[in-house]
Structures are given as structure tokens and as C-alpha cells.
Design a protein around this ligand. Structure first.
Ligand SMILES: *Cc1c(COP(=O)(O)O)cnc(C)c1O
Length: 429
């Protein structure tokens, strides 16, 4: 990557990807924008070449379920962005969705042969799909989640860990309450037990947070959200730093977890991305930092507005001093390169008057769309209890502390004055 001693800045990597250093016009027939390699497979010159490629003895992409040059460009760019400003080097695996990325990350950690029956410790404040995957699907395979209610309590983590614990999992900031996790504290616990720390960093994106800098081993993303904010594609990614924790894992797995997943379990289960989708995400990644900055500034203004609104009882936004995660947010969430403290595009609020009033307010939104979606360039609102976090039931919502009247708002790129006007009319009695 280095031009002598200088390494490219975040925006330069986002714009040029792994080619940020290559001589101009040296590849892809001189295309300014990387072409889409829309081919299912690669042709080989001989039986020998084919055999070597499929045995992973020579660099090749072979078949688009396993690998593809366009998907590879996205993966290299994501790995560089996640390592930005850290000492780490990493490899990435693009997947069909964010859920596929999470499943690809945790399944091999649970299923690789090891003594005791597997369990894992996971902070209870996570995305509803993650809750289901961990609370329903994993127990079906004999792996037990140990839910951590207070993710900032080291003793609760420690008490959950025994010889069967395969990994720790956190989402920070969390969806939908924007809970913040002290990554360094949890990473120190992962270190003591030599088990990997997996971080869902979807809401922050690498523009605000690079968990590898704070001791994470594996980062997962739903690319569907702020990275793909135009809202035209579903996708995910798993990014693992070289040499993840985990004495119970074979060396080839800890050495390059993402690369190993790609060549073996991912190849065999097949939740791949299409090259067209990878190209879409590559295009949108180029402006990630600017979008995160703009959406976050808008969200801060709207959080302030709602916090002062007489018809609102509570606002959950880590940029507000009243938020329990404010000190952590101030420490962990900083815009790449500028260092500006910014708190992301997502907030939640509770209108006064309980769930009936909240539903009424929700129904009256005009400009802000009602959708189970977030990270969009268009502002969208959801009521988690009846949408994203419906399936986990009252038990799961109580565990994560999600009230029925909560409205989650993903702030887009509209003029915030217009968004405030919409919220104000919706909140009026
Ligand atoms: C949406 C989301 C996911 C799941 O991603 P999909 O692309 O919808 O599968 C995982 N984690 C978080 C924090 C999310 O917001």
C-alpha cells in the first residue's frame, strides 16, 4: 500500500480500493471504474491449471460462488477500511446479507471439534435477527447463548465464561437503543480466556469505528445499511484480522479466518453475493465518510430537538449527555481522519402517552417513511416491538430492554429542518 512512507487516507482508500497505489490505468483495460466481472466461472487452459486452481494451489477465482474478481475488490476495500489507522492486516468475506455474515462468522467457531458442549456469551442488546439466530437456530445445533444484560459489567461477562465458551459477541452501537459497549474491556476478557471477540459494527461503519483498533478479532457488517445507503442491495461482510484469538482453533483457521471461511465452510454452504451487488456496494463505499458525517450531524440536531420536545418522554441517542453510553460513544465514535465526535444516523424515542400515542405519532409521519430499514439516504422510522424485534417476543424484548412505545428513526440526508417539521406535526396532540 505504501508510496514510500505515505499511506493513503480513508477517503482515498474508499474511492480507489486496493488500487489506491497501483499505477494509473494499469488494469481492467484502463477503466476508470472497475468493470463488473459478470461471469459465473473462470476458464482454464488445461487440466493441470484447473486442478491447481480448484485445489487452491494457484491464485484463481474459478467459480463465482467461491470467489469473483469484482467481489474480491469489494472485500479488499472493506478489509483496508477496517484496518485503517491500526497495526492490523485483515481479510474479508462478502456474503449475501448481514445475517449470512453473522452466521458464517459464528457457525465454524461453534462447530469445530472441541471438548465441552459449546456456548457463547453475547450482549442482549442486538439486532432482532441476530437474537433469533443465536436464541433459536444455534440451540437447535446444540450451542447455547449466554445473554449478557449489562454489557458494561465485566463480572457478568466473566461469570458467563467457562471451558465451553467459544466466542464473545457484541453489537456497538446497538440496534435500536444505541447501547455502547466498552470494546477494550470486553477485548481484555477475550484475551484472558483466549477466545475470539466478534463485533457487529453495522451502525458505526468503518467511517466512525474500527473495532480492530480496540481488540476485536472479527467484525461483521450488514452492508445493506449505511454502507449501501441508496437502498438498492442486500449484502454483508465478515472481516477478520490475521491471527485471531482462539487456542481451540487450528492454526490455519486463526491465521486467516475470513480466507479460511471462504475456501471451506462458505464454499460448502454458498451464501454468496452477486458481482453486480458487489459493484453496487463498491460504488457507494466511495462516499461513505461524507455520508456518515452528514447523516450523523443531522441525527444530532434531531436528537436535540426531540429531547426538548414536550410530547417526548425519552430519546435514545449516544450523542446526548443523558444517554448512558455517552462517555463510551465520545471515546469510540470519531469520524476517520477528522476526529470529529459523531454518533451515527440512528436514534430512538418514546412519545409521551404510551403505546397508543406512539402508534398515532408513527402513523402521522408524512415525509419520514414507515419501513423496517435503516441507514437510508431517506429517513425511515420503525416501531421495533412490531417489526425488527417482534419475532423475539416479550421475553427477548424485556431482555434487551425494548419498550413497546419505542420509535426508531434512521436519519437520512434530507434537510433536518424538514424532518423536524414532520416530527413536530406528528407529535402534536
Ligand atoms: C440489519 C442488521 C443486520 C442484518 O443485516 P441484513 O443485511 O438485513 O441481513 C445485522 N446487524 C445489524 C446491526 C443490523 O442493523
Amino acid at each position: 500500500m505504501a508510496h514510500g512512507i505515505r499511506t493513503p487516507k480513508f477517503d482515498t482508500i474508499a474511492v480507489h480500493g486496493a488500487a489506491a497505489d497501483a499505477p494509473t490505468g494499469s488494469g481492467d483495460a484502463g477503466s476508470v471504474i472497475e468493470p463488473i466481472v459478470a461471469s459465473t466461472a473462470q476458464a482454464f487452459a488445461s487440466a493441470q491449471e484447473m486442478e491447481d486452481a480448484l485445489a487452491y494451489r494457484t491464485p484463481a477465482w474459478a467459480y463465482s460462488r467461491i470467489h469473483n474478481p469484482t467481489i474480491g475488490q469489494l472485500e479488499r476495500t472493506l478489509a483496508l477500511l477496517e484496518c485503517y489507522g491500526t497495526e492490523c492486516s485483515a481479510n474479508a468475506l462478502a456474503t449475501a446479507s448481514g445475517m449470512a455474515a453473522i452466521a458464517q462468522a459464528i457457525e465454524p467457531l461453534l462447530s469445530l471439534k472441541h471438548g465441552a458442549a459449546p456456548n457463547f456469551a453475547i450482549a442482549a442488546q442486538v439486532y432482532g435477527g441476530t437474537f433469533q439466530l443465536c436464541n433459536v437456530r444455534m440451540p437447535e445445533r446444540g450451542a447455547t447463548p449466554r445473554w449478557i444484560r449489562r454489557a458494561d459489567d465485566a463480572a457478568e461477562w466473566e461469570a458467563a465464561i467457562d471451558e465451553g465458551t467459544r466466542f464473545l459477541f457484541v453489537e456497538t452501537p446497538s440496534n435500536p437503543l444505541l447501547g455502547m459497549v466498552d470494546l477494550r474491556m470486553v477485548a481484555d476478557i477475550a484475551d484472558r480466556h483466549d477466545i475470539p471477540l466478534v463485533v457487529d459494527s453495522t451502525l458505526a461503519s468503518p467511517a466512525l469505528l474500527r473495532p480492530f483498533a480496540h481488540g476485536a478479532d472479527i467484525v461483521v457488517h450488514s452492508l445493506t445499511k449505511i454502507i449501501g445507503s441508496n437502498g438498492t442491495a442486500v449484502g454483508g461482510a465478515l472481516i477478520a484480522r490475521r491471527g485471531i484469538r482462539g487456542t481451540y482453533l487450528p492454526n490455519e483457521v486463526t491465521e486467516d479466518f475470513a480466507g479460511w471461511c471462504k475456501l471451506y465452510p462458505f464454499r460448502d454452504t454458498g451464501p454468496c453475493m452477486s458481482p453486480q451487488t458487489a459493484h453496487e456496494f463498491l460504488s457507494q463505499l466511495r462516499t461513505l465518510r461524507a455520508r456518515v458525517r452528514d447523516h450523523s450531524r443531522n441525527a444530532m440536531r434531531i436528537a436535540d430537538f426531540l429531547a426538548r420536545h414536550l410530547a417526548v418522554s425519552r430519546v435514545h441517542y449516544p450523542g446526548l449527555r443523558t444517554h448512558p453510553g455517552y462517555p463510551q460513544a465520545l471515546h469510540y465514535l470519531r469520524l476517520a481522519d477528522s476526529g470529529e465526535p459523531l454518533f451515527g444516523h440512528l436514534l430512538s424515542f418514546e412519545p409521551k402517552g404510551g403505546v397508543e400515542e406512539a402508534r398515532r405519532c408513527f402513523d402521522r409521519l408524512r415525509l419520514i417513511m414507515r419501513a423496517t430499514d435503516l441507514g437510508r439516504v431517506k429517513s425511515v422510522a420503525a416501531m421495533p416491538a412490531i417489526s425488527t424485534h417482534q419475532q423475539q417476543g416479550a421475553f427477548g424484548r424485556a431482555l434487551a430492554g425494548i419498550p413497546a412505545e419505542l420509535i426508531r428513526l434512521s436519519v437520512g440526508a434530507e434537510d433536518p429542518e424538514d424532518l423536524m417539521a414532520d416530527l413536530d406535526q406528528a407529535l402534536r396532540p
